[in-house]
Design a protein around this ligand. Structure first.
Ligand code: ADP
Length: 612
């Protein structure tokens, strides 16, 4: 429970001054409300009961007007402070979310839907607004003003005070009951909105693929279902909110009626009180209930915001948890999506990759020695399992991971890269577990050339330059492009290196993209190169360029390739042969051919033109 409001209390404590201001304004507002009622009762008493002349009450009416102006001003002030608090809180939370996204560890960055993350950063934080702008000011008013009114009423006429005291608790009681119900609903709504945004954005990104494979219609159905679920959750909340309002109004009307009836009996039947007192109490009673009622509405929106804040909080905890030491004993959220994030996060902490402290200490230009020390990995329980035994990879070796499709080559590459964490065993780099290394320093040493490198929206030159991680000159970029065999591609582009590529820009072919990734690597000069060799056939020329460039880049680095080409396999210093998740054997091509029938068979298939 403590964790639930930690983000809110953190925001509150950083805005203590505004909270004090809110208290002072609420107190002044209470005094203004009581004064206004007292002045109005006095004016009515004088004008209608005592039939005083207008000129004798001018001063009184002037004061009444002043009280009204002050009251309006204070109400405005309260709202304004709330809005300021909300603005600061949202800025802080967004900064936190952004910080979290940019500093998250590589494995956690790779997880989850992009759309879901966007929805948290934008919508959930926005929804938190009403907690500060509405809930807090109203709650503060509710905590101060009704008590003030109650004291004044008791002083005027104790019976009315008792009636108010007796009926008032029904309002918060109702609020709490309904509020608790909406809280779960609103958390549900958030889970659904995040899922909806996620499904939508992910579908949008993969639209071409979906169309090609005739899956667009199915995805459309999925989006439709997701949007209907969201609608149902919203309608559910609205239904509760409307019922809530109806019940509150009924209680308030009934309570005011009872007080009025009692006042009338006292005034007319027993003649035991003055008109002034009765009128004053009658003016104060609706104020009292209206404040409590407003609190009801504020409470409802406050609860809705809590659902949103909780989402943000959970996201922030993901990194906080990673930088903390392993504790693995945290409460879990309620909705499924949340549980999953939490447990993934915990799994991650238990595996300990979050705490990467060490820098790569040796001369960074020297390739490190690496040992795969009895790695074991599973994506999910009861699924595919990977197992390596103990394998030493010498500095500067060119290694080919070979095996049938689905045998775990990519998974092994990701384990070596630190993109996945082994369930047991470890990758030792220069004798130290990879999990002890500082993540940034580690990735500075590594270039991973995937089959589908990411090209972001920007110029051709900018896309190459990100490889360096520092400011690079145009000459360096052009040299890297030259080394990667990209120079002639750039020369053919309309605006050369300044041509826009990526989303909204010119498209690039698979071979061009891989060479672009290579150019990035040339700028970076990594000591470890991970290469996912293209499975689909590139034209011979492109393939030769790629091969030549890779060979040049790999001269002074350890290169680990998921290999499909016979040429790569034959020339590798060492082959890691994978079969159904198990690293069966390692050695040079000729050695494996002799002693491993499964390997010989695979090579045979390869020679006949099949793909590994
Ligand atoms: P290869 O690269 O040799 O084709 P992979 O390492 O990609 O093989 O996959 C090995 C196995 O792990 C396959 O059975 C695949 O279905 C499974 N797998 C791969 N990626 C994931 C993932 N993200 N989640 C669950 N299972 C996966």
């Amino acid at each position: 429970m403590k964790r639930k409001t930690s983000l809110i209390s953190q925001q509150m404590s950083s805005q203590r001054k505004r909270l004090v201001l809110l208290t002072v304004i609420s107190l002044a507002l209470g005094i203004a409300i009581v004064s206004q009622a007292a002045l109005l009762a006095e004016a009515v008493q004088r004008i209608f009961v005592e039939k005083a002349s207008l000129s004798s009450v001018v001063m009184l009416l002037g004061l009444l007007l002043a009280a009204m102006v002050v009251r309006t001003g204070l109400s405005y002030g309260n709202g304004k402070v709330g809005l300021l608090m909300a603005a600061s809180a949202k800025t802080n939370m967004r900064a936190g979310v952004l910080q979290n996204l940019t500093h998250a560890s590589m494995p956690s960055t790779l997880r989850g839907q992009t759309g879901g993350k966007v929805s948290i950063a934008l919508d959930a934080v926005d929804e938190a607004d009403s907690y500060f702008s509405l809930y807090m000011p109203r709650m503060m008013e509710a905590a101060i003003i009704p008590i003030l009114i109650l004291i004044v009423t008791f002083m005027q006429h104790a019976n009315s005070g008792f009636i108010m005291l007796f009926t008032a608790p029904f309002i918060p009681l109702f609020m709490i009951l309904v509020g608790l119900k909406t809280k779960n609903k609103s958390e549900e709504k958030y889970a659904q909105l995040a899922e909806f945004s996620g499904t939508f954005l992910d579908s949008l990104q993969g639209l071409v693929t979906l169309k090609i494979f005739g899956r667009a219609h199915r995805q459309q159905k999925k989006i439709e279902r997701s949007s209907l679920d969201y609608r149902d959750a919203t309608m559910g909340i609205l239904r509760i909110a409307f019922t809530n309002t109806f019940m509150l109004e009924s209680i308030v009307m009934l309570s005011i009626g009872i007080v009025a009836l009692e006042l009338a009996i006292q005034l007319l039947v027993f003649k035991s009180m003055s008109f002034h007192t009765a009128f004053l109490v009658l003016l104060l009673v609706p104020e009292f209930y209206s404040l409590l009622k407003n609190t009801g509405t504020a409470f409802h929106s406050g609860r809705t915001s809590m659902g949103a804040v909780r989402k943000v909080e959970q996201m922030l905890e993901t990194t906080a948890g990673e930088s903390k030491s392993v504790d693995g004993k945290e409460g879990l959220g309620t909705s499924d999506g949340i549980d999953e994030v939490d447990s993934m996060d915990r799994m991650e902490r238990e595996n300990g990759i979050g705490t990467l402290q060490m820098d790569i200490s040796n001369d960074s230009s020297m390739p490190p020695s690496m040992i795969l020390n009895h790695l074991r990995f599973r994506y999910a329980p009861e699924s595919f399992e990977l197992e390596t035994g103990r394998v030493q990879l010498e500095p500067g070796e060119h290694i080919a991971i070979v095996g049938k499709s689905g045998s775990g080559k990519t998974t092994l590459l990701h384990l070596i890269a630190g993109l996945l964490k082994p369930a047991s065993g470890e990758v030792l780099v220069n004798g130290q577990p990879l999990s002890d290394y500082n993540e940034t320093a580690w990735f500075e040493q590594v270039s991973y050339i995937t089959q589908h490198p990411y090209i972001f929206a920007g110029t051709f030159a900018e896309n190459i330059a990100i490889g360096a991680g520092r400011n690079v000159s145009r000459t360096e970029i052009e040299q890297a492009a030259e080394d990667a065999g990209l120079a002639e591609v750039a020369a053919q582009l309309e605006q050369g290196f300044d041509t826009l590529v990526g989303e909204g820009g010119r498209g690039l072919s698979g071979g061009e993209k891989q060479r672009l990734a290579l150019a990035r690597a040339f700028l970076k000069r990594p000591s470890i190169i991970l290469f996912d060799e293209p499975t689909v056939g590139l034209d011979l020329r492109t393939e030769q360029i790629l091969q030549r460039s890779i060979a040049k880049l790999a001269k002074s680095a350890t290169m680990i390739t998921v290999a499909h080409r016979l040429y790569t396999i034959q020339h590798a210093d060492r082959i890691l042969f994978m079969d159904q998740g198990v690293l069966v054997d390692t050695g040079r091509h000729e050695e494996l051919l002799k002693r491993l029938p499964a390997y010989a068979e695979m090579i045979d298939v390869q020679r006949k033109g099949g793909l590994a």
